[in-house]
Design a binder for this molecule. Structure first.
Ligand code: TNX
Length: 538
């Protein structure tokens, strides 16, 4: 009672201080509320709101005091995003002062690691500080989400100028943010259906918004070989000439692949190339008769069955082939990983499978890369330092799980992609027009509502290196298809990889996720308006 009276008199005092015009004059527009600083996906590790908001205006500069090349490039990227939608010049300068300030290194950044950042907003500046460029870039992604959705309008639709009712305001306060896991991946299957360089770039831009830092490209499978190998040219020219359903397929030249790698690197994603072996190899077997045990090349394959193809384990030429392919891809790939597949080798006997993996893993090491394999690799002898990608699901047998957790206890790192949680190619529900359902339906909540840290009982915490959301493309052939399956589930996997376990909460997550909808509308992303998410009206 007392409190209420006190509050009442305080309000009266404030009104008195403002004079009789406590209500805004009829011509003034009410400022649009700013986005709360914790209304970001993935959820930041620590947020303190308060203080004066900052408004981006005609005079705002993007500053990189003393700017390194990396900071300048990131500033240019931010300017490139905001100029078309705001209509402001947003010049980038290395001079100090107010505005949007990007700082690399220096005081207060030592604890931010390889990817963390600190973001501070007050009346004079938005300052993003990081120890490493990746952190600065992730901070810029957070800043994008603190602006009104219209700040993301793509060029054709962008209406230059201030949005009605407020301006480009960002609420006052600070964010300090570092990731839970270092491996936060997304996989795109470019083999079942081929996706062009531009389609891959479009997906990279979308992944970067959610702080995904690995792009795993599934470059070969039964239906298509998608990267030019100079020493075995028919792999691409013949083996890449079709796809599921019989379309014309395609492949990346080595320059195309370099272009993807560098586009991804500019957005702080590392490309993880996969050549799936010894199964899933019909495209290679069709291209070179010699690779077959019987010396006869099978026809190209455009169906969707799995498990019928195998490299010829006893033949010497198989290892010449592997050496050439691994050498060429390793040379084109600056990242540390090379994924050798190893899943569903149903046409390779167990002893052959183990012998093959024993011979191939040292080849990857010889060319300076770390092996990643699908978790079946744990049924062989995973090399020291190798990572296994777990794609089991609730129906996976105890023995198979045990094999994976035993390997994890023996030092094999794990990337978690449980098929009934993280597989973006699973249908949302029975009515989803695209996708598969062998692991069941994966709704938005199901994709988000699990914990990578405790998912595989018996696997030590330090074995879990992170998460990855694979997108297999048997049923997908356009960017709209990719986006329909990835959004809104991908941000959930991204959040599991980035945000502290303590922030996990479906009730609040779904509200933050809902707020992404208008951003995707502004960006032209074709997402699925799942009824599980309370999308804002309109
Ligand atoms: C299983 S997951 C596969 C792929 C399929 C996928 C479809 C894995 C390592 N192998 O060959 O495309 O299911 O969901």
């Amino acid at each position: 009672m007392r409190r209420r009276r006190l509050l009442g008199s305080l309000l009266l005092t404030v009104a008195a201080a403002l004079g009789t015009a406590a209500a805004p004059p009829p011509t003034a527009r009410a400022a649009t509320p700013t986005v709360p600083l914790d209304h970001v996906v993935p959820a930041p590790a620590a947020v303190h709101e308060g203080g004066t908001p900052y408004t981006i205006g005609a005079g705002t500069r993007i500053r990189v005091p003393g700017g390194s090349g990396d900071a300048r490039r990131i500033a240019g990227y931010l300017a490139g995003l905001l100029r078309p939608s705001t209509g402001y010049a947003l010049p980038v300068t290395t001079k100090g002062g107010d505005g949007i300030v990007l700082r690399l290194g220096g005081r207060g950044t030592a604890d931010l690691g390889a990817e963390g950042y600190r973001l501070r907003v007050d009346g004079r500046a938005v300052t993003i500080g990081a120890r490493r460029p990746a952190g600065l870039f992730h901070g810029v992604q957070t800043l994008r989400q603190l602006l009104p959705p219209a700040a993301g309008e793509h060029r054709e639709r962008a209406g230059a100028g201030v949005p009605p009712g407020g301006g480009w305001r960002i609420g006052g306060g600070t964010i300090a943010d570092t990731p839970r896991y270092g491996y936060r991946g997304a996989m795109l299957d470019v083999s079942r259906h081929f996706f062009t360089v531009d389609q891959v770039k479009r997906y990279i831009d979308q992944l970067a918004m959610y702080k995904i830092n690995k792009l795993h490209l599934h470059l070969s499978d039964d239906q298509g070989w998608r990267i030019a190998i100079r020493s075995w040219p028919r792999l691409a020219t013949y083996g890449g000439s079709t796809q599921v359903g019989g379309g014309k397929g395609g492949y990346y030249s080595q320059d195309d692949y370099r272009e993807i790698v560098s586009y991804a690197a500019d957005r702080y994603l590392t490309v993880v190339p996969e050549i799936d072996m010894p199964g899933h190899t019909n495209a290679a077997l069709a291209s070179y008769a010699d690779l077959n045990c019987n010396g006869v090349a099978p026809p190209l394959y455009t169906g969707t069955h799995v498990g019928f193809s195998s490299l010829c384990v006893p033949k010497k030429v198989t290892y010449d082939f592997v050496d050439d392919v691994v050498r060429e891809i390793a040379r084109l790939t600056p990242g540390p990983y090379l994924h050798i597949g190893g899943d569903e080798a149903h046409s390779t006997g167990h002893a052959d499978y183990v012998a093959f993996m024993d011979k191939v893993q040292p080849v990857v090491a010889k060319y300076g890369k770390t092996v990643i394999g699908w978790h079946q690799l744990t049924g062989a002898h995973p090399a020291k330092g190798a990572l296994a990608q777990y794609w089991g699901y609730d129906a996976t047998g105890a023995a198979e799980r045990q094999q994976v957790t035993d390997a994890a206890r023996n030092g094999t790192g794990l990337i978690l992609s449980p098929a009934d949680r993280a597989y973006l190619d699973m249908k949302y529900d029975k009515d989803t027009p695209l996708g598969l359902n062998w692991a069941g339906y994966v709704g938005v909540r199901r994709a988000y509502d699990w914990d990578p840290g405790s998912y595989l009982q018996g696997a030590p915490g330090e074995a879990i290196r992170g998460v990855e959301a694979p997108l297999w493309s048997e049923t997908l052939s356009t960017s709209a298809h990719i986006e329909y399956m990835a959004f809104p589930r991908l941000p959930g996997i991204a959040e599991l990889g980035w945000s502290p376990r303590a922030s996990h909460d479906w009730g609040s997550y779904k509200l933050r996720l809902a707020a992404q909808g208008p951003r995707w509308d502004a960006l032209g992303i074709h997402y699925y308006r799942s009824p599980e998410v309370p999308w804002p009206a309109g």
